[in-house]
Design a protein around this ligand. Structure first.
Ligand SMILES: Nc1ncnc2c1ncn2[C@@H]1O[C@H](COP(=O)(O)OP(=O)(O)O)[C@@H](O)[C@H]1O
Ligand SMILES: N[C@@H](CCOP(=O)(O)O)C(=O)O
Length: 353
């Protein structure tokens, strides 16, 4: 009988964050996946192998100290008294359907996959809440990572931390995820900052499963960091009230048995992030204002997905016509798009084979 540990499969969904007015607050898990297959055995040259297929396979680093997935897993392991990866780790294969830098939560999925990987490698038995704490030390807005971990239509907030915990939660990312291993024979420097307990809190809203997500995906990347740099530090009371009124309505409206297109279309408008991001995404205002429930029966609402450039249209039918109209509007700006019809699905899964 072999003593090798069973293969582990980790499956994490894509997400669409914000859904219009819920900037950094709401997220949906969508039916595109990052799937890791983790094998155990005796690695040659003391080094496990990382391989990729699918989206990003050509550009991602296969060095475990540079790759986001394995850096996150190592962070979780080091916070739990492991010095490094287990010596019987043979290989990690990542099959990725989530395009990078398009506003479909690729980095959130990678962070969650990394936390689940660290938890599985170290047999740590972390609770969902604790895994969320680890993820929030890296991706510091809760909308994508929470929806990717627990699945569904999710609202979340970050708890106000006491001053000591606040310091711990704000250490620079370079200290949470150092890129280089120590030289041979040397120990890692400082212990990594262990997350404070209970950083993120969430609730799952009802979702009417007749509503599908049409993701219209421009063929260019926009990093979330760049799309956050264009946002102002302060907002007017008028704009905040505009968003809060809509968000309060939207979180219930999308779970009703017969979603009301007029109500949802208006409730998916936003004044906190989309008006500022239009400079980075030509065509955004035209797409969100010209495709309406009147022009496209079946459409409920339309917004930027996450930080963009993907457009998220929520609809019950007429998916192709909605996508085709968005394609024509983007074509006027010389932007080509792909589109996918996605479902709102469950959260992450970890299986032993
Ligand atoms: N599966 C993955 N493995 C490794 N790195 C990833 C993975 N997914 C995303 N990333 C990293 O995250 C970056 C994209 O993050 P970000 O700008 O936040 O866009 P997104 O909207 O797709 O989350 C990629 O360029 C890559 O560096
Ligand atoms: N609330 C964040 C969400 C970023 O989502 P992503 O899928 O673009 O990473 C924001 O709008 O900046």
């Amino acid at each position: 009988m072999s003593n090798t540990r069973p293969t582990i499969v980790i499956k994490v969904p894509a997400t669409s964050a914000n859904i219009g007015p819920g900037f950094d607050v709401v997220g949906l898990s969508l039916s595109l996946y990052l799937t890791l297959t983790v094998k155990f055995g005796v690695p040659s040259f003391d080094r496990f192998d990382i391989s990729y297929s699918g989206e990003g396979a050509e550009e991602v680093s296969l060095d475990p100290y540079r790759n986001l997935l394995t850096r996150v897993a190592l962070y979780v392991l080091r916070c739990n008294n492991y010095r490094s990866f287990p010596s019987d780790l043979l290989s990690i294969h990542a099959d990725n359907q989530i395009p990078f830098g398009r506003g479909l939560g690729s980095s959130g999925a990678a962070v969650i996959a990394g936390v689940l990987l660290g938890n599985a490698l170290g047999k740590l038995d972390l609770t969902t809440e604790r895994m969320l704490d680890y993820a929030l030390m890296i991706e510091r807005h809760p909308d994508n990572v929470t929806a990717a971990l627990v699945g569904g239509f999710i609202g979340s907030y970050l708890r106000e931390l006491d001053p000591a915990a606040m310091v711990a939660s704000q250490v620079p990312l370079s200290e949470v995820l150092p890129e280089y291993p120590p030289d041979a024979g040397e120990e890692w420097g400082l212990s990594p900052p262990v997350p404070p307990l209970g950083i993120g809190h969430y609730v799952r809203f009802n979702w009417n499963h007749s509503i599908k997500a049409v993701a219209i995906i421009p063929r260019f990347e926009l990093s979330t960091a760049k799309a956050r740099e264009v946002l102002p530090m302060q907002y007017s009371r008028k704009d905040l009230v505009f968003n809060m009124q809509r968000l309060a309505v939207l979180t219930t409206a999308l779970g009703q048995s017969s979603p009301d297109p007029e109500l949802v279309y208006e409730a998916m408008k936003d004044r906190v992030h989309q008006p500022y991001r239009k400079t980075l995404i030509p065509g955004l205002p035209a797409v969100t204002s010209q495709i309406t429930p009147k022009s496209h029966p079946g459409l409920l609402g339309i917004c930027l997905s996450g930080a963009g450039p993907t457009i998220l249209a929520l609809a019950t039918h007429n998916f192709e016509a909605i996508a085709q109209s968005a394609r024509e509007i983007f074509a006027l700006e010389n932007i080509e798009v792909d589109w996918k019809l996605l479902e709102v699905i469950d959260g992450s899964e970890v299986q032993e084979l």
